[in-house]
Design a protein around this ligand. Structure first.
Ligand code: SIN
Ligand code: FE2
Length: 216
């Protein structure tokens, strides 16, 4: 894989294109950060962040939880969506209105009107955590986009092609940025380089990514 650096300067309000149907909306989530963080704390008390096992038996460096009807999970048997938190067998916390509204507005701003996510995966990265290149393909409906909100420490997002070996762009994602990819770009490989750099003024050495999908 080779990589290219894109967009080293990013100002809130800018829209940067990653593909035909893929954009970064700089700072789009900034107006609702307080409400998002408060809701994430509440979700964490009911369905705590945990490190899941991959089908290959490795422990993910990213800790995750979910809200919404369907939650993404991983274990020795594979990746899938589940209506219940496997930690306690109860449904995942409901998706807060501030989440679904942000997802709908960001999707519309990127050209995908009528987005109604039923799944919200919340990933927590600490310094050194990474997410290797993968496609989001456990969902039933690829006509809906993926909407991905970044909070806390900045990270380098890799945005590749439809084949794992395609060249990947390196896109810095900062606190409050929202990336949206759908349509022709829906199945592009993507990942996060090991988290590094200065702590965030509010979240310290953490990055939280909130990703919305239509899974069912
Ligand atoms: C993901 O691919 O599910 C998360 C991407 C990110 O953390 O920005
Ligand atoms: Fe993903």
């Amino acid at each position: 894989m080779t990589t290219l650096d894109l967009f080293d300067d990013a100002m809130p309000g800018e829209r940067q294109r990653m593909g035909t149907n893929a954009l970064v909306l700089r700072g789009f989530a900034l107006p609702c950060v307080d409400a998002l963080l408060c809701a994430i704390d509440d979700i964490d008390t009911r369905s705590p962040f945990r490190h899941m096992l991959t089908p290959g038996g490795l422990t993910m460096s990213v800790a995750l939880t979910n809200c919404g009807t369907l939650g993404w999970t991983s274990d020795r048997h594979g990746y899938r969506y589940s209506r219940v938190d496997p930690g306690h067998g109860q449904p995942w916390p409901a998706m807060p209105a501030v989440f679904s509204q942000l997802a709908r507005e960001a999707a519309a701003a990127a050209g995908f009107s009528g987005f109604e996510p039923d799944a919200c995966l919340i990933n927590r990265y600490l310094t050194g955590s990474r997410l290797s290149l993968h496609q989001d393909k456990n969902e039933r409906d690829f006509s809906a986009p993926v909407v991905s909100v970044s909070l806390g420490m900045s990270a380098v997002f890799l945005f590749g092609g439809l084949a794992r070996t395609d060249k990947a762009f390196r896109v810095p994602l900062h606190h409050g940025d929202v990336a949206v990819w759908g349509g022709k770009d829906r199945l592009r490989y993507h990942g996060i380089l090991p988290l590094a750099g200065p702590p965030h003024e509010r979240l310290g050495s953490r990055r939280i990514n909130v990703t919305f999908r239509k899974a069912g």
